[in-house]
Design a protein around this ligand. Structure first.
Ligand SMILES: Cc1ncc(COP(=O)(O)O)c(C=O)c1O
Length: 430
């Protein structure tokens, strides 16, 4: 799987026109590398879909949890996206990057009072309220500050999306949001309408991640539109904003078949228009929150191959200088990846190996049964489609410093996050 922004030049893998082996030499490994043009292309595909299918009456918010660094915030701001943050740290990153705070949506199922205070101070555009305790805290803190908080409510629409259990969020047994079936969702909105310093703007749902079908998004849109009608009938209130979350799937391997980005908006827009007619309500402003599908494919990770252990009739371990500390997705979800020996990219993948990380855990693998060119000590190994939920999920397990992040544009590279040093790792130890 070599796609557009990746190429092969003289047997070497390239990204955004840059030679990956040279990048590994210049910046060291492990190394996260992103193609900026690819990120921008994905942003534009979504923005154009809102123009084309929804008359521009909406906004795409980048779900920053996928890859939250200042440079990503700057890029998506330039592409006229909003941003979804889910913690004080993500909010602070956006703020520090100069991101327009009115285009920030603050999510999270347990925002702390400190995080709420920071968000009110920064003037974030929308709070996505998860529960009654949050509503009460937000109202009290907004009143004390003399401001109004503009809110959406996170709803569990009860949609079953076919994906991994850990990334499913729309069903009733979820820690996120309020349920429709039990009347909880209507009750909290009724309460919000009578609560001081709270301005009810709309509702939000996020059904799951890594979803390859359009149908669950359409079903969620239907459920949400029917609920907007219930809110109108029961309270008289208009729901001006509908935030349908993210979750659009990307290809990690050949078996994954992502849908063209504008297909989501085309199908969902159709549902919303029909429902507005049926219920005689105005078209809501629409928000969508793709994370993975903006940034995953744009990123790769480069490693240096160390020891290779052939266990006869069992398997061959190819060890690398990174692993679960920079990419915990295999140990968490057994996520599939595509691998390539970057300095032998044009050669056939003649071996089947296990890629082993360097952490002190037997489960620290990046893939098993992996097809790979014949690897040797010192080779550069590239793991593709690591742009989302890799850097953002990295840890310091075994006190391993986080790798650097390099952005490539038109063949030119620059560091956007410096490699951590051992000093960085111990800097808060007393
Ligand atoms: C509320 C919300 N919006 C958007 C996203 C982004 O999802 P994805 O990266 O799969 O597009 C998530 C992911 O967990 C989420 O919880």
């Amino acid at each position: 799987m070599i796609s557009g922004h990746l190429g092969i030049k003289e047997n070497t893998l390239t990204i955004g026109g840059a030679d990956t082996v040279e990048l590994a030499k210049e910046y060291g490994t492990p190394l996260y590398v992103f193609d900026e043009n690819k990120i921008r292309e994905c942003c534009r595909a979504y923005v154009n879909s809102v123009e084309k299918y929804y008359g521009g009456n909406g906004r795409i918010h980048y779900a920053s949890k996928a890859m939250c660094i200042k440079e990503m915030c700057r890029i998506v701001a330039e592409e006229n996206l909003g941003i979804d943050v889910v913690s004080g740290g993500e909010l602070y990153t956006a703020y520090a990057a100069g991101f327009p705070m009115d285009k920030v949506c603050f999510h999270g199922n347990n925002k702390t009072p400190d995080e709420i205070a920071m968000a009110l101070e920064f003037g974030v555009g929308r709070f996505v309220v998860d529960n009654e305790y949050e509503l009460e805290t937000l109202s009290r803190m907004a009143r004390e500050k003399g401001v109004t908080a503009h809110v959406l409510f996170r709803i569990k629409p009860g949609i079953d999306a076919h994906t991994h259990d850990f990334v499913k969020t729309g069903q009733i047994d979820s820690k996120f949001g309020v349920a429709l079936e039990t009347g909880e969702a209507l009750d909290i909105i009724k309460k919000a309408l009578k609560t001081d310093n709270i301005n009810y703007c709309g509702i939000h749902c996020h059904i799951a991640s890594q979803v390859f079908e359009v149908k669950p998004f359409c079903e969620a849109a239907e459920v949400m539109m029917d609920f907007i009608k219930v809110i109108k009938d029961e309270t008289g209130a208009d729901t001006k904003e509908l935030n349908l979350g993210g979750g659009f799937g990307v290809a990690y391997g050949d078996a994954d078949t992502p849908v063209a980005y504008d297909k989501y908006m085309e199908a969902v827009s159709d549902v919303i228009h029909k429902k507005c007619e049926e219920h005689n309500i105005a078209l809501p402003f629409i928000l969508m929150e793709p994370g993975r599908s903006i940034v995953a494919a744009a990123g790769i990770t480069l490693y240096t191959v160390g020891g290779i252990k052939e266990i006869p009739d069992i398997r061959t371990y190819v060890s690398i200088d990174g692993g679960m500390a920079d990419n915990p997705r295999y140990i968490l979800y057994q996520s599939e990846y595509t691998f390539c020996v970057a300095n032998k990219a044009a050669e056939p993948k003649s071996e089947v190996v296990t890629i082993a990380g360097k952490c002190c855990e037997s489960g620290d693998l990046l893939g098993e049964g992996v097809k790979l060119q014949k690897a040797q000590i010192g080779d550069t190994l590239a793991v593709l489609t690591t742009g989302a939920y890799n850097y953002s999920m990295a840890s310091h397990y075994n006190r391993i410093p986080n790798p650097a992040v390099v952005m490539v544009r038109d063949g030119k590279s620059r560091v956007v996050v410096k490699r951590e040093t051992f000093e960085d790792v111990i800097k808060n130890d007393i």
